[in-house]
Design a protein around this ligand. Sequence first.
Ligand code: SAH
Length: 385
Amino acid sequence: MTVKVTARGAERWKQGHPWIYRSDVAEEPDKTPGIVAVTDRKGKFLGQALYSPKSEIRLRLLTRGKEPIDSTWWTERIAAAARRRNGIGASAWRVVHAEGDGLPSLIIDRYGPWIVVQLLSAGLETARDDVVAGITAALAPEGILLRNDAGVRRHEGLASEVVLAFGQVPEVVEVVEEGMKYLAAPWSGQKTGAFLDQRENRLLVGQHTRAGGHALDLFTYHGSFALHLARHAKDVLAVDQSTEALARGVENARLNAIGNIEWREANAFDLLRELERRREQFDTIALDPPAFAKTKASVERAVAGYKEVNLRAMKILAPGGMLFTSSCSYHVGRDIFSAMLADAARDSGRRIQFLAATGAASDHPELLNVPETGYLKGVLLRAVV
Ligand code: SAH
């Protein structure tokens, strides 16, 4: 099948963005998902793309060439992405970051010998067998799990399912990250089983933790920041509202023979108010909330939420104390996030130094041409006085 696109659609591809929206599709003769040839209105060949007839994002560019897109094609692309990742000091990392690696809507994460995949478009779903064959050939895993239960599949008209595609994948996998162990849950955990995107930020926080001081990890989930804090701090208070998340945190601490973390089930907003009232102070704070802005419309409210937690965290920093703060809301861009932090700093009564801005770990590459590939922002701050 051939799909024709408008000049505006073609221009997007020229600028390195792989998506063409419904409004820029001129002719779509047969509304079945798959891999299609794409031309301009006059019939000039532009490339081959994943086609999603039910999605606003109709086309995702795979190649500008005419080569067959078979299992060998996927093998080569996946192997090339894998080669770009080296020197990662962990047993779990992202092998393919979708658009960021030129493979739109395909996520491939490695957990030791096991692979967890997300197929996030209707076009890609039709290539499932070839993709699985490509992964097998390129990565030689012991098992491949399809975590096809991500919410975005709804926009594609796809079912929500978790399917074993090859071999075996355990319920729980032990990950080693720069000498720290934690358990990931490929079948049921957040994303593909863990927050791999914060790996480098966790190490950064570890490096900046005040030795022998008090540390606080807000929104700790399975305690992955808390573990790195606990290595250096005297004690760590790790906070989450989820009982199950904290139970996993306790297991992770035990796995590393770490005994200086107190796990507290609480609403972070309430607890921050209480800590402030009690004039408690912390030398190092990690603040990694869930995405407060899920849509464009909720940005204003989200920013108010981010400001509240950041302002209160700044207030309870000990003199010279460090705050690592992050946001994974795509709709809250770097500029909005920075402006919010400046606003909080002004209100905090503290003098706050900006030490570093970070993003997702390097195995989650951001493409400048595709802003959607960047969502995680981190900032390291210090309260001078
Ligand atoms: N820092 C973690 C990821 C955090 S995910 C890591 O690097 O692995 C977000 C966590 O925030 C979830 O565990 C969720 O249970 C928790 N959460 C959401 N809202 C909360 C609130 N108001 N108070 C405390 N925890 C909250």
